[in-house]
Design a protein around this ligand. Sequence first.
Ligand code: BES
Ligand code: ZN
Ligand code: ZN
Length: 508
Amino acid sequence: MISMHLTKKKLWDSGVEGYIFFLNDGFDLNGDFGPVEKHYPHLQELLKRHKFFGRKSDLFVLSAMDNGKLIQFIFVGVGKQAGPWNDELEILRRAVGRAVQTIKRLEIYDAAFVLPDAECYRVHPAELAKQMTIAACMTGYEFDKFKSDKRDKEWRGKLYLAVHGEGADAIEAAVNEGWLIAQSINGTRHIADLPANIATPKFVAAEAQKIAKEHNLKATIFGRDKAADLGMGGFLAVGSGSSNEPQFVVLEYAYSASAPTIALVGKGVCFDTGGVSLKPANSMTGMKYDCSGASAVINSMSAIATLKPHVNVIALAPLVENMPSGSAYRQDDIVTFMNGKTAEIKNTDAEGRVILADALAYAEKFYEPDVIIDVATLTGACSVALGHFFTALLTQDDDLAKALVEAGKLTGDRLWRLPQDDDFIEAIKSDVADIANTGSPAYGAGTITASFFLKNFVSKARWVHLDIAGTAHEVPGVNYLGKGATGASVRLIIEFVKNHAAKFRKAS
Ligand code: BES
Ligand code: ZN
Ligand code: ZN
């Protein structure tokens, strides 16, 4: 675990065990390198002699005894700093990731750094501090609850950003905000990383309840009976195969009656076996992550409640387990959703859209939101198309798309837009019901056809669909995301809600 703080002391007065330097590949050590230069007078030559050139993968550690105490100097390369600002920011996040991994490996208990020159990042120093804080805290996350080796678990590193003089207060606030956002991200990762024998629908609902209590949010949680009264035939059908009762969670952050309302809808399939359209064993591994969307929207609410954006925010999460059994829903079934529409089930493994349909209809009916953002590990086709670095964004609303893509660039929670073109409407037609739950193979594009299924359940709101099937877990090569769940969409959602959402109103 790592925690992040601001110190108003000068770097060399911070009295820590580790000093971290972010250097670009033209670095010039003419500044104040205090004790480093005392111990290593020809530092620049020394670093180059040991092949530290400040390239974006370079890392070098020097140690020295200073007044009887071992101190370590950690040099981390950030590359040329000549690319687009958002790419440079991502390189910096990964440099922070490498720094944190290094202090963890060396069991350094406290380390300090100063902000790198913010110019090439085109953001305010406070924003830079916030982004670095988030990356540091994300790197510190590990899913080690079930590891008995205590040694690894006990490391509690403290990272200090040394800022003195003007602007320190704004930067301190940004560090605190970054820490809060990271709690939402790591909370999301924890629930998604928990296996389905522990994180059942009831367990996840109880976690949501805890978040609501801690942050003064209104929580509504119900199971089969109320869902049946509401006519949520899709949600109930998917949940019918499991002895773990489905749960529907709603968390509400109220700002003011006159402000826009944003609904966040997250897919919460605690485990996806595929149902009677059973997945092959290899494709089933990792399906504990199929609740990542629900976990993201629930956990985002803790940061939202504290940051108090000027919009109302509702998180909705249908939580189910998709199991094959004597009571499971089948292929050929026809289900009726709470907005009265019907769907033919062509494949029980296309279950995410079936539970989201009722959640979207519920959001529209009871909250009439201005904007709906749904987040779902919806289609394997998404990771085929985009891989693991970009979440798919589907919408017909250009202004919403633009705001979200911008939020993605700043936060590193990156989006790539796929066409939501009306030509695909035909792909989900059914001979026996209003729509079918899989797209016709003639149309291909499984991620796009899935979004057209969802579109049937949005009536008035401005809406975007985010498919996080490729980004929610197991992202290769991004050190601060680590192994397992990544918390995809949380950084994006919080940035959007806080800095963009207030200008979005639905047409009246
Ligand atoms: N949860 C899966 C999608 C998924 C696959 C997420 C791989 C992450 C990694 C979803 O419920 C599913 O099974 N979708 C099917 C849809 C198909 C039956 C139309 C798919 O993608 O194969
Ligand atoms: Zn499925
Ligand atoms: Zn699924």
